[in-house]
Design a protein around this ligand. Structure first.
Ligand code: PRP
Ligand code: ZN
Length: 297
C-alpha cells in the first residue's frame, strides 16, 4: 500500500462544528491555504491537510484510511461504530474537545404519558441514530420499532409516522417548537478527535503525537488564568489560603521592598471579581488576572 507522508484531518464542511474546529487547529499552530469552499485544504507550515466533508462521512473516511484523524461529534462516531460493527476498523476517541456539546435524547409528544422506558414498548421511534437507539432499547429490554429518518426527525410524531423521537438536543428549542418533551438522555456528546485505534508508525504518527501534545496544551490552558499579585510577607499565608486551585504558586522578591513579595499562580478556571476582592481583603494588592495562551508541560 502506498503511504502518504502528510497527515489528513477530516472535519465538517459547514455546520456547528466547523468554526470551533478550525479555531482549535489554528491554536495548535495549523493554518491552511485553500479557501473553505474546496473539499481539500492544504496545510501551510506543518505537513497536515484538511478534508472538508459531511460530518456523517468522517468516521468512514478514517476507517478506510482516507484520513488519519477527524473532528466529529461523539454521537456520529459511536453510531458509526455500532452500525459498521465488526466489518470496519475500530475507531478511538483520542480526545474530547470541549465544544459542540449536545445530547442524544428520547422525546415524546406532550400528551404521551411517559414514566419509564417500558412505556415505549410497541411504539415507533423516529431517529437518525438507529444504532445508539437500538442499543439503549436492548439494554432496557424495550421492544420498540426504530424508524430511521435522515432528517426532520422532530416532525415525525405530528406527521403520524412515529410515536416518539430520538434526536440530538442542544438548546432544546427544536423540542419546544414541536411540542415535544425530553424524557431520556442516551448519550452526552461533544466534538471529539477521532482516529484509528492503532496510529500509523511513520512520520504521520509522529505528527499525531505532536498534535496531541499541542492539543492538550490548548485545552488545558483554555480555562486557565495566570494570577499575579503583590503581598507582604505578613499577609502571605492568608492570601495563599484564598487562591483558587492550581499548582503551587511562585514567589518573587520585589526590588527595594524586602517585606514585599510578588506571587504568581496558575488557576484552573475563571477568577471572579468576588474572589479577587476577598484576596485583596486578606492583604494582596496590584492584582492582575491574565489569560494563558499556550502551555507546554
Ligand atoms: C440537530 C437536531 C435538532 C437540533 C436540536 O440538528 O437534529 O434538529 O439540532 O438543537 P436545539 O436543541 O438547539 O434546537 P442539526 O442542526 O445538527 O442538523 P441535522 O439534523 O441536519 O444534522
Ligand atoms: Zn448532521
Amino acid at each position: 500500500m502506498k503511504t502518504r507522508d502528510r497527515l489528513r484531518i477530516a472535519m465538517q464542511k459547514s455546520g456547528r462544528l466547523t468554526e470551533p474546529a478550525l479555531e482549535l487547529l489554528n491554536r495548535c499552530g495549523l493554518t491552511f491555504r485553500q479557501s473553505r469552499d474546496k473539499l481539500f485544504c492544504f496545510g501551510d507550515g506543518e505537513p497536515v491537510d484538511l478534508l472538508l466533508v459531511r460530518d456523517d462521512d468522517i468516521p468512514g473516511l478514517i476507517a478506510q484510511g482516507v484520513c488519519e484523524l477527524g473532528i466529529v461529534g461523539r454521537n456520529v462516531m459511536n453510531e458509526f461504530q455500532l452500525a459498521a460493527g465488526r466489518d470496519s476498523a475500530p475507531l478511538r476517541e483520542w480526545r474530547p474537545l470541549g465544544f459542540g456539546r449536545c445530547r442524544l435524547s428520547i422525546a415524546v409528544p406532550q400528551e404521551f404519558d411517559y414514566r419509564r422506558p417500558q412505556d415505549l414498548a410497541g411504539q415507533r421511534i423516529a431517529t437518525s441514530y438507529p444504532g445508539l437507539l437500538g442499543e439503549w432499547l436492548r439494554t432496557h429490554g424495550v421492544d420498540a420499532t426504530a424508524v430511521t429518518l435522515s432528517g426532520s426527525v422532530e416532525i415525525a410524531p405530528k406527521l403520524g409516522t412515529a410515536d416518539a423521537i430520538c434526536d440530538l438536543v442542544q438548546s432544546g428549542g427544536t423540542l419546544v417548537a414541536n411540542q415535544l418533551r425530553e424524557t431520556e438522555v442516551l448519550l452526552e456528546s461533544e466534538a471529539v478527535l477521532a482516529g484509528p485505534v492503532a496510529l500509523p508508525a511513520d512520520e504521520r504518527g509522529d505528527m499525531i503525537d505532536l498534535l496531541l501534545k499541542r492539543l492538550d496544551g490548548v485545552i488545558q490552558v483554555r480555562e486557565s488564568r495566570l494570577l499575579l499579585l503583590q503581598t507582604s510577607r505578613a499577609t502571605l499565608e492568608a492570601v495563599t489560603r484564598l487562591l483558587p486551585g492550581g499548582p503551587q504558586p511562585t514567589l518573587l522578591p520585589v526590588l527595594g521592598q524586602p517585606d514585599q513579595l510578588m506571587l504568581q499562580a496558575l488557576c484552573a478556571g475563571e477568577v471572579s471579581w468576588r474572589q479577587l476582592e476577598e484576596i485583596k481583603k486578606a492583604g494582596a494588592r496590584e492584582m492582575f488576572v491574565l489569560p494563558v495562551e499556550k502551555m507546554l508541560a
